[in-house]
Design a binder for this molecule. Structure first.
Ligand code: ADP
Ligand code: GN1
Ligand code: MG
Length: 371
């Protein structure tokens, strides 16, 4: 099995006992962690999601896992309080590794993640059966569904104390910090790629002031910091087979931030008529109908909690997150591709991504008055 050593395989056998592995297959298409589905023997038995945590990026794996435990516990307690019946389908459940009496006589028990012999960090979630997720929002109705899912997620976390969370990636959506990183990378030009991207760098840096304003508003106390998701791709919403919302997943970056980040990343990924890494920039265009559908669902859930100033930032969020993502892809390209997974034999991948984000940003800027 790709990426899974024999010794890790033995741990997985212990981890999912009494169930037995039938197959471990790659699942999903994330750019940071690697995800696998563990299928077990017996139709009626549970399957599992296995993930290799990218600990070059998530350096404090204990902090990361503690965040996920606290957030899922909080959501689960809220569901119990509300008398929800199918709780196991409404929130992610980590599956602990119990090594007690099983492994070299050690008596540690209930590990929420495991470090293998090569230093790889692994965790397992219970697989929520009969579910699906979509990469794209294909209609305004679908976008409304996504908006409701993320809006409800914010409601679930509105009484959660963000102070208890570890900042797993410092300054994750701090746009001025991302811009500063790009400036430093340009100055260092570590692999000699700057010569190919001067126009892109100039385009992005010319907008630095405008796209620093959300962090400045937050610092000035004009908008509240809340616990937000920060990676709101539509495929991070699990739906049942009739497309009813079940839960929001992929909780690694749940941290304090501004609510426009979540609207922003959902629209950046969901309201692009092309792909995130489209080589044909004619395909890449902002879809205002998808945006409107999303905002309808999102505000239906959150209108009670949004402050007027916050509500005013929602429409800017998509531009902000698209700008920031262009900065991040371009930064990684200039750095020689150390952060995002790139397709094999495709050295231009991060540059293609950055150009597609710049095209999307231009299209959003053009439509801004209309939204
Ligand atoms: P990534 O960081 O790679 O995006 P995710 O945690 O989002 O990782 O998982 C990738 C995909 O796997 C999701 O989009 C979803 O389709 C599926 N998935 C993840 N966790 C579960 C789960 N507990 N039950 C069912 N499907 C899941
Ligand atoms: C990463 O791996 P994935 O798809 O969940 C990244 C996001 C980016 C996204 C770009 C921790 O998310 O911030 O927006 O790629 N996650 C991290 O597709 O950097
Ligand atoms: Mg995901």
């Amino acid at each position: 099995m790709a990426g899974i050593s024999e010794s890790l395989g033995r741990i997985i056998d212990i981890w999912i006992k009494p169930f037995e592995v039938v197959s471990i297959l790659e699942h999903g298409n994330g750019l940071i962690n690697s995800t696998y589905k563990i299928e077990t023997k017996g139709e009626e038995n549970p399957d599992f999601i296995l993930q290799k945590i990218n600990h070059n990026i998530f350096k404090d794996v204990d902090g990361l896992q503690d965040n996920i435990i606290m957030v899922t516990d909080h959501i689960r307690n809220g569901l119990i309080r509300d008398g929800v019946k199918d709780i196991d389908r409404r929130v992610l459940t980590l599956h602990y590794l119990n090594l007690e009496n099983n492994y070299k006589g050690k008596d540690e028990s209930r590990l929420s993640w495991y470090k293998d012999e090569e230093g790889g960090c692994w965790r397992i979630f219970k697989y929520i059966p009969n579910t699906r997720s979509y990469d794209k929002m294909t209609s305004p109705a679908m976008a409304e569904l996504a908006g409701r899912a993320f809006g409800n997620f914010h409601k679930q976390l509105s009484d959660f104390d963000g102070e208890s969370l570890c900042e797993v990636i410092p300054g994750f959506h701090n746009t001025p910090m991302r811009i500063e990183n790009l400036r430093k990378r340009v100055a260092a030009d570590p692999v000699g790629r700057l010569k190919d991207v001067k126009a892109e760098v100039e385009f992005l840096l010319s907008r630095a002031g405008e796209y620093s304003k959300i962090v400045e508003m937050g610092d000035a106390g004009l908008i509240p910091k809340r616990v937000v998701h920060q990676d709101t791709k539509f495929n991070n919403v699990l739906l049942d087979m009739e497309d009813n919302i079940l839960c929001v997943i992929d909780l690694d970056t749940v941290m304090p931030g501004y609510i426009c980040y979540d609207v922003g990343d959902a629209i950046r990924t969901g309201a692009n008529k092309g792909l995130e890494d489209d080589e044909n920039l004619d395909n890449v265009e902002f879809d205002a109908d998808i945006y409107n559908g999303f905002i309808k669902g999102f505000t239906a859930e959150t209108h009670d909690m949004l402050t007027p100033a916050e509500a005013d930032t929602l429409a800017f969020g998509p531009r902000l997150l698209t700008y920031e993502q262009a900065v991040r892809f371009l930064d990684d390209y200039i750095d020689g591709d150390n952060y995002y997974k790139c397709r094999k034999n495709y050295p231009q991948h991060n540059l293609v991504r950055a150009r597609a984000q710049i095209k999307l940003l231009q299209s959003m800027e053009k439509h801004y008055d209309a939204v």
